[in-house]
Design a protein around this ligand. Structure first.
Ligand code: VG1
Ligand code: CO
Length: 591
């Protein structure tokens, strides 16, 4: 195979954010952009001693515009770097959790073929299309996002890169169906395989599919799933329809599309499963975008759920009921013992810092360790690897469940958040809650309300201010940090500030420290607000403001979350001077 060396020069701004490098699709299509980043990654891996030469690399994405073209380019670059085998999901598709499953499990029984890592082509919940966003993320041999040490090295390489290598002469690989291609006289091969089989195989070991199938068989159970035209469609068909026997009509938007059904607007083309963007599902479940009940012509289904573009996110709904992601995490952990993989009990759990503290109360009752990590799935990785050879002699926190307020939930079966996992966890809980078909069905709302009665309720909301001027947002954050020490002990609008700081994480497994992970203000009552700047956006800055108020068991637990946290929002806006700094009076999205 002839290797071509192409001279190039550094392109500014190729720093991976919360979850990989994201940019406008046209930027990714511009000369050298993708190639520079991929070569910088491969070089970083070689420098780290990763066995790239002769190794196996997985390459796939969420099906958005430019996915297939990018895969063909990376295959040629992998060949030039001496990679021995490339694995791709059919149609170039793998959901983010499926990529993690493939890296971790596909080589079972194939000695020496375990992948050293994988490239995921995705900008996740960001809109797709030629005028929207594209992204790339590298996952390591444990199936999880590259840790900061590696992403920093990749970034450094992008600032000094002079050339990249590719095998121009390789033919385009037919990704449309499973097949194997031996190239370069046997030095290089590409295997295209069914994108669902590995992930589903793993989930079948985690859950009791039979019990869930029995739930679907109940006449009073009804189900709807919104794939939002992302990568989840093929997974949803195989699992919900083929395995559980749901009618095909229960799947909405389950054909993957390059623009997720766009052009992106508030009502479609934005594969982000929340009350604002999953418009069709939310209406079908009998709610409006604030989560308030609306009139419907027929009774909403018992269970509804949705996924984002790369299917690592999930939204869980019941009939006229929205389960906030923070509550969903707490409920799953509280009921984990009904899931076979967790039947012997959890040894740990975690949430990201801005995620509500509902999980903490459950963990305390269960008597298991729980952790508060910075935003982004990579920070859960070490906790989940605590039982492996990577950290000998350290405490073991697996089996483990974790989640984020941003519609991300997962367990240690993979090293990514897993939209399908969350849905199956809820279906397993409902199966366990409904042992008797003669009794009225217990739904998502019933289970969550029962949970609040036992643990209390963490009323919660997040305000996003998108497309804000970046320097203004940074100034606002810096001013708040400076003001914090003097604010501790003071009372604002009747609420006393007990603690105020910039969140810093000390990883209990490898001792690494991550600074500047969010400004937090905690009141004496336990209520709090948090500010962060998004690390996944493409244009300008997005300010995220997280609001939380705790109501103990016995208090009024039936109020609307957005109403309850409104006074905290007012205090947060006062202290941050958000309107003065940014000119914004209203958030772009409330979830
Ligand atoms: C956001 C969420 C974070 C999540 C990340 C990736 O990051 O807040 O919780 O892990 O997206 O999700 P940020 O930095 O924009 O707040 V996904 O589904 O886009 O990979
Ligand atoms: Co995602």
């Amino acid at each position: 195979m002839e290797v071509t060396t192409v001279p190039t020069s550094p392109i500014a701004g190729q720093k991976p954010g919360t979850s990989g490098l994201r940019q406008k699709t046209k930027t990714f299509m511009s000369e050298h952009y993708l190639e520079n980043f991929v070569q910088s990654t491969l070089d970083a891996l070689v420098a780290e001693g990763v066995p790239v030469k002769g190794g196996t690399l997985v390459i796939s994405g969420d099906g958005r515009y430019h996915n297939k073209t990018a895969i063909q380019i990376i295959i040629k670059m992998a060949a030039a770097a001496g990679v021995g085998r490339v694995w791709c999901g059919d149609h170039g598709l793998l959901s983010t959790p499926a990529m993690s499953a493939v890296i971790r499990t596909r080589s079972r029984g194939l000695a020496g073929m375990a992948p050293f890592g994988g490239f995921i082509l995705s900008a996740s919940h960001n809109p797709g299309g030629i005028d929207e966003d594209f992204g790339i993320k590298y996952n390591c041999e444990n199936g999880g996002p590259a840790p900061e040490k590696v992403t920093n090295l990749i970034y450094t390489n992008t600032t000094t890169i002079k050339e990249y290598k590719l095998c121009c002469g390789l033919p385009e690989i037919d990704l449309s169906a499973p097949g194997s291609y031996t190239l370069g006289g046997g030095a290089f091969r590409v295997d295209v395989f069914d994108c669902v089989e590995d992930h589903m195989g793993l989930l079948q070991q985690v859950f009791d599919f039979g019990a869930i199938k029995a739930l679907f068989a109940r006449e009073d159970f009804s189900f709807v799933y919104d794939g939002m035209h992302g990568v989840q469609g093929p997974y949803a068909k195989k699992i919900f329809v083929d395995e559980f026997g749901a009618p095909a009509s229960s799947l909405m938007n389950c054909e993957p599309k390059e623009d997720f059904g766009g052009p992106a607007s508030a009502s479609h083309g934005h594969a982000d499963p929340n009350l604002t963007h999953a418009v069709e599902l939310v209406a079908r479940m009998g709610l409006n975008k604030e989560g308030r009940e609306i009139e419907t012509t027929s009774e909403p289904p018992v269970f509804g759920a949705a996924a984002d573009g790369d299917a690592d996110r999930n939204m869980i709904m019941g009939s006229r009921f929205f389960c906030s992601p923070s509550d969903s995490l707490a409920v799953i952990v509280a009921n984990a013992s009904c899931i076979p993989y967790f039947a012997a009990g959890l040894k740990g759990c975690a949430r990201s810092m801005p995620t509500s503290c509902a999980l903490d109360r459950v963990a305390e009752q269960l008597g298991i360790p729980y952790f508060e990590v910075p935003t982004g799935w990579k920070f859960f990785g070490n906790l989940m690897d605590s039982g492996t050879d990577a950290f000998p002699g350290k405490p073991v926190y697996t089996p483990f469940i974790c989640g984020e307020e941003s519609f991300g939930t997962g367990g240690d079966h993979v090293r990514e958040k897993d939209g399908m996992f969350a849905v199956l966890a809820w279906l397993q809980i409902l199966a366990a809650e409904n042992p008797d078909p003669a009794k009225p069905i217990v739904g998502v709302g019933d289970v969550t309300k029962k949970h609040w009665e036992k643990y209390g309720r963490n009323y919660y909301a997040r305000y996003d201010y998108e497309g804000v001027d970046k320097p203004a947002a940074e100034k606002m954050m810096a001013a708040m940090v400076e003001a914090q020490p003097a604010l501790i002990g003071t009372t604002v609008d009747g609420m006393k500030i007990a603690k105020a700081d910039m969140f810093e994480y000390h990883d209990p497994v490898d001792g690494s420290v991550s600074k500047n992970q969010g400004v937090r203000f905690i009141f004496e009552s336990g209520s709090r607000f948090v500010f962060r700047l998004s690390g996944t956006g493409v244009a300008g800055a997005t300010i995220r403001m997280y609001l939380e108020e705790y109501a103990a068991p016995g208090a009024d637990l039936t109020k609307h979350a957005f109403d309850v946290v409104k006074p905290i929002a007012d205090i947060a806006l006062k202290i941050s001077k958000l309107t003065e700094y940014t000119g914004r009076t209203e958030p772009s999205v409330v979830t």
